[in-house]
Design a protein around this ligand. Sequence first.
Ligand SMILES: N[C@@H](CCC(=O)N[C@@H](CS)C(=O)NCC(=O)O)C(=O)O
Length: 213
Amino acid sequence: MTTVPRAPLQLHRFALSGHAHRVHLALGLMGLPYELIDVDLPKGEHKTPEFLKMHPFGQVPVLVDGDDAVFDSNAILVYLATRYDADERCWLPRDALAQARVQAWLSVAAGQIAFGPASARLVTLFGQKLDADSLIARSHALLKVMDKHLSTQAFLAADAPTIADIAGYSYIWAAPEGNVDLADYPAVRAWLARIEALPGFVPFIRSPVGLAA
Ligand SMILES: N[C@@H](CCC(=O)N[C@@H](CS)C(=O)NCC(=O)O)C(=O)O
């Protein structure tokens, strides 16, 4: 298995996107060389013919590795952990049960997190016309489950961090920006702090207040 890319990996991202941040975080935690390419979403740079060749749905993030482009944040995490993870900790365990547990939480990131706290943040930051109250209620339902789960284990899918934690981090950390308060979830807050203490951690940008105004 190759453990070092031949050239820096290119992350096409939008700085306020949590989906893009989770890839940035993975690159940092895995200690991989990378360069950031900012895609101007407000200007529609993600819908140009050139960009659509890399991502048929025209979204960020996209990771470019040599001649190959990989789209979808969770797919990129799986790619990085499979292709380049030389870390003894193993970001994607090989064991079948452990891998299934990681996959379950990747599904939560693409499901309950995307349609909960990530969507609540779209209302406050980008003025999207969504039902904020129901998104906030949905987020709290998710956080209750996560808090119970994380009160008995340090990380989402295993005793050590995996790509499941990387996928979950960004939008849970940013939940207060969507008016989802984390005060009642001490185990979730302790888990965020454990991720932040990992070597190579990359913080998510604090979003400018009133962007939607
Ligand atoms: N399932 C995708 C979701 C990516 C996504 O929703 N990206 C947003 C930014 S956070 C985007 O590019 N939105 C622009 C659009 O959909 O036109 C992933 O995990 O990468």
